[in-house]
Design a protein around this ligand. Structure first.
Ligand code: KG4
Ligand code: ZN
Length: 370
């Protein structure tokens, strides 16, 4: 089955054409127009700009993917069997662009459409260009989805059957990486840069808190950790007072400022921060995996590219060998159109389509709600 996936919920206009079967999902053509250059001077994604960029990029990106596929296919009129577009959650400015273009194509080409949930896409990213086909998936599966907008633990009992076990009460893990990265002077997104510096660092150099590690639930919180990082930088004179002020921090004049710590390097700072995030993510995942006797653990979302998180989960599954760990192939952790096509496959097999006239975007769409 040929599925065209369209993703535009944040700052990537990403389109892919996949050949999907029970034996695997193979990407035949794909193209992503990123927007980091536009947003980085603002330190994060600006929704209005994102919408405009998606509108500019989406048709050329789709055209390129279709042309590439048709050329390799030898059929200049080839059409996909299904069009899948992200309709939530995400920024409404981007969702509208992707969904409206998909609706137009569905009408013009007379090809059925599925409205896809972005988180369901991240969950299925582990089957894109992967050795392990979707037909081997053992339920129940526990999905840890960690990105710039989300940090969620989702129990998947069957295809399309999701229960939200817990999520972040404030910042997403990727958002915390990005905000702390910004304090260090890294351009948006700071997460990958922090993880690169962390490789050489000492994870125990700074004792950052592990927020909600002991709480009797599967929720997360990263805002406090981010503030702890900010305070550490302030107290060690690493960041100037203007940065403190822009974060609304009142300097406590009763406490004398210590001089910059030369025994802690930038690498140590990044490694200590990263370890705190990873410890909480892994511990909560481990607890949920045991509690719900899951057979598979799926890691997805932009932060799933983080090597320390991957290694820690691998170690956990080695210690508890009855879990199978599935992670995205390189290049499919971040937002991409291929994962949206992949997520549509099981629905398309059951002919669960939505007429284009009925498709409405929902920026707050929860994965368990259909
Ligand atoms: O899934 P994604 O592309 O977009 C959202 O849906 O948010 O995730 C992007 C997020 C950013 O916050 C980025 O900093 C983070 O993923 N990220 C990382 C790494 N690579 C990407 N965070 C930590 N370590 C990484 N290696
Ligand atoms: Zn995402």
């Amino acid at each position: 089955m040929y599925i065209l996936g369209i993703e535009s919920s944040c700052d990537d206009t990403s389109v892919a054409l996949l050949d999907c079967s029970d034996d695997g999902f193979v990407v035949l053509a794909e193209k992503t127009a990123g927007q980091i250059e536009v947003h980085k001077k603002y330190g994060g994604v600006v929704p209005e700009l994102a919408g405009r960029m998606h509108a500019e990029n989406i048709l050329p990106v789709i055209e390129e993917v279709m042309n590439e596929w048709r050329e390799t296919n030898g059929d200049q009129n080839a059409l996909p069997d299904v069009i899948a577009a992200t309709t939530g959650p995400g920024l409404i400015t981007g969702l509208l662009v992707g969904a409206e273009v998909a609706k137009n194509l569905s009408y013009l080409w007379n090809v059925p459409m599925t409205a896809m949930n972005h988180i369901e896409g991240h969950i299925h990213s582990v089957f894109v260009n992967n050795q392990s086909p979707i037909s081997n998936l053992q339920f129940p599966a526990l999905c840890l989805i960690v990105s710039g907008g989300h940090t969620e633990l989702v129990l998947m009992k069957d295809f399309g059957d999701y229960t939200l076990l817990g999520k972040t009460r404030d910042d997403a893990a990727g958002e915390a990486f990005d905000k702390v990265g910004k304090l260090l002077g890294f351009e948006y997104p700071g997460g990958p840069k922090m993880s690169k510096h962390a490789v050489e660092g000492n994870t125990t150099a700074i004792k950052f808190p592990r927020p909600m590690l002991g709480s009797d639930d599967y929720d997360f919180s990263f805002a406090g950790l981010k503030t702890a990082a900010l305070y550490w930088l302030r107290d060690n004179n690493v960041i100037p007072s203007e940065v403190e002020e822009s974060h609304g921090i009142q300097r406590d004049l009763s406490t004398p400022q210590s001089s910059a710590r030369d025994d802690v390097s930038l690498q140590d700072f990044c490694a200590s921060f990263e370890q705190a995030v990873v410890d909480v993510l892994v511990e909560k995942t481990k607890r949920a995996a045991k509690k719900f006797s899951v057979k598979t653990i799926i890691l997805g979302g932009g932060v799933s590219a983080n090597p320390k998180l991957r290694t820690a989960l691998e170690k956990m599954t080695e210690e508890l060998p009855h879990f199978q760990l599935l992670v995205p192939s390189p290049g499919y952790s971040m937002d991409n159109g291929a994962m949206i096509a992949a997520a549509a496959y099981m629905r398309a097999k059951k002919k669960e389509f939505t007429p284009w006239q009925d498709i409405v975007v929902n920026p707050n769409w929860e994965v368990y709600d259909r």
